[in-house]
Ligand binder design. Sequence first.
Ligand code: NAP
Ligand code: ZN
Length: 346
Amino acid sequence: MTTVTALSAPKASAPFERAELERREVKGDDVRIDIRYAGICHSDIHTVREEWGPANFPLTPGHEIIGTVTEVGPDVTKYAVGDTVGVGCFVNSCGECEACKDGEEQYCSKGVVQTYNSKDYDGTATQGGYSQGIVVREPFVVRVPDGVDLAATTPLLCAGITTYAPLKRYGAGPGQKVGVIGLGGLGHVAVKIAAALGAEVSVLSRTDAKADDGKAFGASAYYATEDDQVFEDLANHFDLIINTVGASVDLDRFFGLLGRGGVMVNVGAPSEKQSFNIFSLIGMRRSYAGSLVGGLAETQEMLDFCAEHGITATVEVIKADQVDDYYDKVVSGDVRYRAVIDTATI
Ligand code: NAP
Ligand code: ZN
């Protein structure tokens, strides 16, 4: 075992403490990574605050991870010491089920092993990226393209792939009108990626406070949904809406913005049960879908796409001592637009 310093929540909603975490010895296809940056996703907050149900404590969150390879096991072929690599939302899957074979490991029928708050197949509790090091099997590691800004690329490991996957699946591209609800961590990356794919992108934010940023990220239009008129002006307008809000929204009103055959994909994961009127969908043959992160091959494709198009997240790099405050800032929507921990400060 090797120990690394980490930020650890001792119980639900308690402030983070510095703690020593044990990481396994490198064997087989393991890769040891010195973590440089870890993003703060709203999912970390939902989890640590037990908004999604009981969590396993002590808990180190973090599933947007970039770092440097420091050791590789004898069976590793793709990575060498010194390589810059990323780890996203999961660190193991069965590799044999239909989902794994299809490259959608996140839907593994044996149960994907999440980067934290999960049990790995050997029974150990997984602990995430708010730490100085991690050991991950080679297939669950992706290559970070040369020359990119590492801190600003880190959020792509979750926010990037979670939005890239449904944008691709539902055909975001030239001639498509795409709406993005919520200009937060996921939302701002969704706007950048959808614009780079060639779609005509609109931001649907609560207020106009982020209008200049939304346009700078590549949106051709920006709407403040606190203005009821927006729902009349944009009726039947969009081909695809990505809903990134982690709280309940009035789904019926937003479904009304979809044109005939339009699709709304929920990536936002509110803890409360959602409800809507089925007539909001059937009249215009609209669909309502969910989507969970993305597979490993698609994550690599997304990183390469973003590097090629000069896309990174817009980030605030913070120190370990600021994490508790930033949790509150994320919840109040005050982060522009993703907080990333410099793990050297842990
Ligand atoms: P975030 O940075 O907090 O962004 C969410 C945005 O939603 C906010 O910036 C805000 O945008 C809007 N919003 C917040 N509260 C709202 C409310 N009460 N009503 C309406 N709009 C509200 O969070 P994030 O990290 O992007 O994550 C968003 C959600 O996606 C979370 O639930 C997270 O757990 C989930 N998630 C899901 C997946 C997946 O695989 N499906 C992956 C990662 C994250 P405006 O100020 O512009 O309105
Ligand atoms: Zn996430």
